[in-house]
Design a protein. Structure first.
Length: 421
């Protein structure tokens, strides 16, 4: 199957701190090289797009060496940290801005929802903006009228459809913008993270609509999101951007795993080695991982977690091992202590494992304090011995992709009781 979108050697360069090239001398230099048939001299320079680094060069590559292609009916998830170049890529694909180098080949119309209010005229009503956006996409008035009622109904803005959009909330603007972009039959739909502005009910409708567009109508969707549950549930391929470069392109599950593992400084502390020795016992290590995975791999909410303590004990007196779980605000959630169970810490070198079932933690970051007691007093304590991140499990299309409140989200069992006379 031929590609509907092909990107080759795409790059975008900006000058730091200034609009445009900034000086006449730079413009003249570019012009002089161009009329002599030589390469732009400023394409040979430029810093890597690392927003956390201080800069010493005048130019930065927001994107560089981007190559990928998308086939009809595919949903490409574009993920990456803030400042990685995702929005710049979508703006280039949507022809909002032009690339510095490289080419983009497309077949058919592209509809974009990049930012709240993009393409809307604030003084026009919602209804008038529907016709305006349709005309921009190349639709005839008759084509737009045939979809008008469906667009208004999907947006949920019936009461305000003849009110100027400057009086809309950001959520209402996103609702109408997505409804227009999705219903005017573009061959390629480009959606940025703006869906996060909408409420839970709208997010479910939007994700479901994108799924229907790709599977039912064979249309292509480019979807930027920081919500890994929606990426895994909706997308058929994924692309990771890192500092303006492509870090990965291919399978969605592998992309999400690679993205969540990230740099070592961002991946938390899933294993702690100790050199602690006291009173004839030694703690060698403490770790967390999902069952059937390795330490350091992403922890999905529906996976069983295994917390393992490696102990070498030679003393005769009893010791207890304890794990104190905290949320990302430092609030204690619960304590798991071997002294509250039938297991005892025997003499010799052993691994002691705590099993926590899947669907217990909510998504988010968690910390573990490690304590050792002799039954009466604390012998040793390490604060924040472990740090781990739980990510959401894939959800069925049509369900809400957002996060529920609270640090814990156990999957309690509900039953239906029959009525008896």
């Amino acid at each position: 199957m031929s590609s509907i979108l092909k990107v080759e050697d795409l790059a975008k360069q900006y000058r730091l701190g200034l609009v445009g090239t900034g000086t006449i001398s730079h413009d003249l230099n570019r012009w002089w090289h161009r009329i002599r048939g030589k390469e732009d001299p400023y394409l040979k320079v430029g810093a890597v797009n690392d927003r956390s680094a201080s800069y010493s060069e005048e130019y930065v590559w927001a994107l560089k060496n981007i190559n990928f292609e998308v086939k009809p009916g595919e949903v490409l998830g574009i993920i990456g940290r803030n400042g990685a170049g995702k929005s710049t890529l979508l703006k280039i694909l949507s022809r909002v801005t032009s690339p510095t180098t490289g080419s983009i080949k497309t077949k058919g119309r592209i509809a974009s929802l990049l930012e709240v209010g993009t393409g809307f005229h604030s003084e026009l009503t919602g209804r008038e903006n529907i016709f305006l956006n349709g005309a921009i996409l190349g639709m005839t008035k008759k084509e737009i009228e045939s979809k008008l009622d469906e667009i208004i109904s999907f947006s949920g803005c019936e009461m305000y459809i003849d009110t100027p959009v400057k009086r809309y909330s950001s959520g209402m603007t996103v609702r109408l913008g997505f409804a227009v972009a999705a219903h005017l039959e573009p061959e390629i739909l480009v959606v940025d993270e703006v869906l996060a502005v909408g409420d839970a009910e709208f997010q479910k409708k939007a994700i479901g609509k994108m799924h229907d567009l790709s599977t039912g109508e064979g249309r292509t969707v480019l979807f930027v999101s920081h919500n890994m549950a929606s990426v895994k549930s909706l997308c058929t391929k994924a692309l990771i951007l890192k500092n303006g470069y492509m870090d990965y392109y291919g399978d969605v599950d592998k992309a999400v795993q690679k993205y969540l593992q990230g740099d070592e400084r961002d991946s938390g502390v899933q294993k702690r080695n100790f050199s602690f020795t006291q009173q004839d016992f030694k703690i060698l290590s403490l770790s967390v991982k999902a069952r059937n995975k390795k330490v350091g791999e992403p922890l999905i909410r529906d996976e069983e977690l295994l917390f393992t303590v490696h102990v070498n004990k030679t003393c005769d007196f009893d010791i207890n091992l304890g794990l104190k779980f905290k949320d990302d605000r430092g609030q204690y959630l619960f304590v798991a202590n071997t002294g509250l169970t039938e297991i005892s810490i025997e003499k010799g070198e052993y691994y002691y494992q705590l099993e926590i079932p899947g669907l217990f933690f909510n998504e988010g970051n968690f910390f573990v304090d490690f304590i050792i007691t002799d039954g009466r007093k604390v012998i040793h304590e390490t604060s924040d011995a472990l740090q781990f991140c739980i990510i959401h499990e894939p959800k069925k299309i049509g369900k809400w992709m957002g996060k529920s409140p609270g640090a814990l989200k156990p999957d309690f069992h509900w039953t239906r009781l029959e009525m008896h006379g």
